[in-house]
Design a protein around this ligand. Structure first.
Ligand SMILES: Nc1nc2c(ncn2[C@@H]2O[C@H](COP(=O)(O)OP(=O)(O)OP(=O)(O)O)[C@@H](O)[C@H]2O)c(=O)[nH]1
Ligand SMILES: [Mg+2]
Length: 396
């Protein structure tokens, strides 16, 4: 049967229109069709899939010998790469150092400062110094910064660790893990070796860096008056911090004036995305900046608000009777006391700490898949808190 010409034309136009719409939708959300960015997490499209360049505005770059390691009048600001690490982790630290040197520090030559609760071995010193032209420093953590405070009851610690273990909280009984979390929360910036420094970049063994970064990130922080930079934003295990939020609320009730006008409370208290999490953490969404990567301004931590907050937490004993981590502690403090505009997502720094990634879509990156957030079992996708952060705080 012959079909009238206008109908044929109309059908053809409809097909073309459908095809056009189909390709438009795919173009707008390329992640919908690819496993790495498969969005089970509430984001329409992962910003890491968008072409990512350098941040805008003035950037400090290598020109001549302005960042040479031995230049006493260099363009470097007062900043250091810092790492708390054990001698036994040397083989895992070397590739982390090598990655960061290759992608960034071999250009800018900021000093490395290593911290340990035990003296570093000669082998540790020799092999780390061999990875960089910059100066390396090896520091012992003062005993009074590392030791369990005298108000902690060790019997109660053991009993509490049993409860945490039943809830499958990793490292429950490992006292040194609790000490490490406490040191990273409230002690690192008090170390005498850091006194003269303002900015730090924290580095851990077993992490990877994927992208060439050709500007001075510390100057970037300083020029824009930023306090804190992160790459990965996650949910935490609520059973490790059941009283952290109530303890924080107590503190806030005593110091309402500490709350920043432009705070991140919505991100900290969202109960829509993982209601059970927020309930188990007694009002805290558990969202946090993953602190194995941090670039920060120690003036924030040395300031009165943070100092008072940390001391309040420390007295309550949750670093030992629960397993409060430095990540939620730093994040809550920033979210409450700091202006959210002063926290920066370093989307351009390709980074991995098993099992999560921050991998941008950029020709400067090699060795990671843009937009891939995790590697391992599918349930890990749920731990991504970036959608909430982007929604409530932004993508800056
Ligand atoms: N010197 C020293 N460093 C420690 C100790 N415990 C942990 N660290 C360091 O503190 C950082 C965090 O410890 P990790 O064991 O990586 O903790 P985590 O990242 O929560 O756990 P993983 O997922 O196993 O990496 C790393 O840089 C460790 O090297 C310790 O007892 N002494
Ligand atoms: Mg680690």
């Amino acid at each position: 049967m012959a079909i009238a010409r206008p109908i044929r034309m109309l059908s053809a136009a409809s097909i073309i229109l459908c095809l056009f719409l189909f390709f438009q939708i795919r173009k707008e959300s390329p992640s919908l069709s690819t496993k790495p960015g498969k969005l089970t997490n509430g984001m329409k499209s992962d910003p890491l899939l968008e072409p990512t360049g350098e941040p805008s505005g003035r950037l400090w770059r290598v020109e001549g010998n302005n960042y040479a390691p031995d230049n006493t009048n260099s363009a470097r600001t007062n900043a250091a790469l810092i790492s708390l690490v054990r001698n036994e982790e040397l083989d895992e630290l070397i590739p982390s150092m090598r990655d960061l040197e290759r992608t960034w520090n071999s250009k800018f030559n900021y000093p490395w400062i290593f911290f340990n609760d035990k003296p570093f071995t000669e082998e540790f010193k020799k092999r780390t110094q061999a990875e960089t032209k910059a100066k390396c420093q090896y520091e012992l953590v003062p005993k009074e910064h590392w030791d369990v405070p005298e108000w902690i009851d060790m019997k109660l610690f053991e009993e509490s660790a049993n409860i945490l273990e039943e809830k499958k909280i990793q490292y429950s009984h490992k006292l040194s893990y609790h000490q490490m979390c406490r040191w990273n929360s409230g002690m690192f910036y008090r170390h005498p070796a850091l006194e003269k420094y303002r900015y730090y970049w924290r580095v851990e063994p077993k992490v990877q860096f994927f992208c060439d970064v050709d500007y001075d990130v510390f100057r970037y922080m300083e020029d824009r008056n930023l306090t804190y930079g992160f790459t990965i934003n996650l949910f935490d295990a609520p059973a490790s911090i059941p009283t952290l939020w109530p303890t924080t609320q107590e503190f806030l009730a005593a110091h309402p004036e500490y709350l920043s006008e432009n705070n991140m409370l919505e991100w900290l208290t969202d109960s829509t995305r993982r209601p059970d999490h927020t309930k188990e953490a007694n009002g805290y969404s558990t969202c946090h900046f993953w602190s194995n990567f941090e670039i920060g301004d120690m003036e924030f931590f040395r300031g009165k608000k943070y100092e008072d907050y940390f001391n309040h937490l420390d007295r309550k004993g949750g670093f030992f009777y629960e397993r409060w981590g430095d990540a939620p502690v730093h994040s809550i403090a920033l979210g409450l006391f700091e202006d959210s505009a002063k926290v920066h997502w370093f989307r351009d720094i390709g980074y991995r700490h098993i099992p999560y990634f921050n991998c941008p879509n950029s020709p400067k990156c090699k060795g990671c898949t843009p937009g891939k957030f995790f590697e391992g079992a599918d349930f890990l996708a749920k731990e991504d808190c970036r959608p909430n952060y982007f929604k409530y705080v932004g993508t800056h």
